[in-house]
Design a protein around this ligand. Structure first.
Ligand code: PRX
Length: 651
């Protein structure tokens, strides 16, 4: 790497202490946090081995960690376990047997609740159904489902028999499904006739039919009948209705005793270039990461009603809707549809209706709520909430404050959780009973996680200097490889630092208290007059202007400065855009973070191009700002009309 360090210009000084109620009752207090961190640094194997005892093992491991062939690390070798058993069977002999595991609400308003006993029953039957269709240990199964309990049932059924699931987000196209089927050489696909999104039917089975024409390895297709009355094409000999499969299978399906390193799932994530990467996670280490962090970061209590608004198609849905919470016998709320259907208050209605205590959502959703206005949350009783979480992107400090004040009413700590598909579980976050919070900072690495901010040579950078976020020691839930491409795994994550540090590709700085402020992807950094600035920090300055809802900042080639700062801005509802507002915003940024960051150009837009998981696609905006015809891969773009509108603006 030849790039210099990143200059941080964000100045955020607010600190929110740990609320007394949290400190008094927390699983992990400040003292305990210190003790755990020291223990993990001194004796990582002892630390992880101790925590792995919280899972059920059929056979205990011989060795906690095998680092003999880096970067292909192994955890809990010799041990056998099963993720489905840990999420279901072990809860059936105690007080959780009849506890709600999943409380589900469909977008049209239909609801269902499955207790742990009922979920276990369904999973066992479906697992037997998969076996009947010829699926066995190690086979890959694609899951392309709407957000219904059947998505979780399908995942847990695969895990039960040792099949490797590859969940593909229901918003992806037939092309994306075919690519993933082929890369994973999937044997079977599970889908539904349709899913509901913003009042419209998403025709999943139609997409699958198209995908299967190009997916030679897929032999069978199971179809869940979500809409009940739709007539979908069923290909004889290949396609089977979910309910037919379930009608005559036994509910007796003991969980396979699987090696700790048996693959649990592949999840495709788009790289900045090239074809999607199949991130491979295995069983024991992943499940330990997901369950332990879920218990710690959300300070889980037995009576919590926990709602993670992600889709199961993303890693957040894997770790924090399915595996983490169910391993902890939590009650999980699952919602199928859009936050603004039929109205912009849908989420707040759900919180009031089910008495949600923990809400885990994304900055992109929070910025949409801000834009829609406070009247929506204010119309509902949100007093059941006790903890709020954020994931997916850096959260702009002003969006954090809004979340804290308007949703949390100043009572609820916010856990800003930094992690990646690759890390399997949260690595950096405040434990709410231990660590104070600062708006915009994911705060401290969790005990056991050797995250650090370093320069290009791997030296720790001084406090408040920008650098690269790395993890210096392996941890159990780290991905094991890129499916079928060990060389790409090495090149992408391990070639930057010969010391053996895991390279996250994020820029960050650590402040004088050791708090980490993630500045976004290194590829998104601006280079203005020789200073490397984080796009996220300029965006945060824009978002704290009272008229701005959302902003995306990119560099545009400039002969003098190297890069000029170009800002795409969405204003709050009711605000009129004008040239004078453009000037006002430029002045505002210059005042907030210095003349260096004064935008050269401000463009107003109704919406920004985002991936389907809500991340702003700055690389597309870079092309638009530079007036280039984009040659970028747009398969993950959520709404194609946004690009056309932005390009049209230019002419
Ligand atoms: O850039 C970081 C950003 O999202 C990336 C990981 O994306 P993905 O694999 O899709 O996983 C998303 C869910 C974990 C990271 O490299 N990111 C995620 N969470 C945060 C974040 N950036 C700042 N703060 C966060 N809390």
């Amino acid at each position: 790497m030849t790039t210099p360090n990143i200059t941080s210009v964000l100045k955020e000084t607010r600190v929110f202490p740990v609320p007394e109620a949290f400190a008094a009752a927390a699983h992990v207090t400040a003292d305990e946090h210190r003790r755990l961190t020291e223990w993990a640094d001194r004796d990582p194997d002892g630390f992880w081995g101790h925590h792995a005892e919280s899972l059920h093992w059929f056979q205990k491991w011989d060795r906690v960690f095998d680092g003999s062939n880096p970067p292909f690390f192994k955890w809990f070798t010799g041990g056998t376990t099963n993720a489905s058993y840990n999420c279901l069977d072990r809860h059936l002999n105690g007080p959780h047997k009849n506890k709600a595991a999943i409380i589900w609400e469909g977008e049209p308003g239909d609801t269902r609740t499955l207790t742990y006993q009922q979920l276990h029953h369904q999973v066992c039957k479906f697992a037997n159904g998969l076996k009947q269709l010829g699926v066995g240990k190690g086979d890959r199964v694609t899951i392309y489902m709407p957000m219904t309990p059947e998505a979780a049932i399908a995942m847990l059924a695969c895990a039960r028999i040792g099949a490797v699931h590859s969940v593909v987000f229901g918003g992806f196209s037939a092309e994306a499904v075919a690519d993933r089927n082929n890369d994973a050489k999937a044997k079977l696909i599970i889908t539904a006739d349709i899913g509901w999104r913003r009042g419209n039917a998403v025709h999943l089975k139609q997409n699958v039919d198209e995908a299967l024409a190009k997916s030679p390895t897929v032999e069978k297709c199971v179809v869940f009948n979500r809409a009940r009355n739709t007539s979908v094409h069923m290909k004889p000999g290949r396609d089977i209705w979910w309910h037919d499969l379930m009608s005559d299978v036994s509910a007796d399906c003991p969980a396979e005793e699987l090696d700790s390193e048996h693959p649990l799932f592949v999840l495709y994530t788009s790289g900045s270039t090239g074809k999607p990467k199949g991130v491979l996670h295995t069983t024991g280490g992943y499940l330990l990461g997901a369950s332990l962090t879920h218990r710690w970061v959300f300070d889980l209590r037995d009576d919590d009603v926990y709602w993670c608004t992600a889709d199961v198609g993303w890693v957040t849905g894997h770790s924090y809707i399915v595996y983490g919470p169910l391993a902890n016998a939590a009650t999980v709320v699952m919602y199928e549809g859009a936050p603004n259907h039929p109205k912009e208050d849908r989420f707040w209605g759900i919180i009031a209706k089910y008495g949600v205590t923990i809400l885990y959502t994304a900055p992109t959703a929070i910025r949409a709520f801000i834009k829609w206005g406070d009247q929506h949350p204010n119309a509902h009783d949100l007093s059941s909430l006790r903890l709020l979480g954020s994931v997916g992107e850096p959260i702009n400090p002003e969006a954090w404050m809004w979340y804290h004040d308007v949703i949390g009413k100043g009572r609820c700590p916010i856990v800003d959780t930094w992690w990646q598909t690759e890390t399997g579980a949260i690595l950096i976050a405040p434990l709410p009973g231990a660590i104070p919070t600062k708006p915009g900072s994911a705060t401290k690495p969790l005990p056991g996680i050797a995250a650090a901010v370093v320069d290009k040579d791997g030296n720790d950078v001084p406090a408040n200097s920008g650098g690269f976020l790395v993890v210096k020691r392996p941890w159990p839930s780290l991905m094991r490889t890129i499916y079928g491409d060990d060389e790409r795994f090495k090149a992408t994550y391990w070639s930057q630092y010969p010391q053996g540090y895991y390279f996250t590709a994020d820029g960050a700085r650590q402040d004088e208290d050791g708090f980490i402020w993630v500045m976004g992807r290194v590829d998104d950094v601006l280079n203005v007059s020789g200073h490397r600035l984080s796009t996220m920090e300029v965006e945060s300055a824009l978002v704290n202007h009272p008229k701005v809802a959302e902003a995306a900042v990119v560099g545009k080639p400039d002969e003098i400065k190297g890069e000029a700062i170009c800002c795409f801005v969405t204003v709050k509802q009711g605000v009129t855009v004008s040239d004078s507002l453009k000037d006002e915003l430029k002045k505002h940024v210059a005042k907030e973070i210095g003349a260096l960051a004064r935008p050269d150009e401000v463009r107003f837009t109704d919406s920004l191009p985002k991936t389907r998981s809500g991340k702003i696609m700055r690389r597309l905006l870079r092309d638009i700002a530079a007036g280039r015809e984009g040659k970028q891969d747009t398969t993950t773009l959520e709404d194609f009309s946004v690009l056309a509108k932005l390009r049209g603006d230019e002419e």
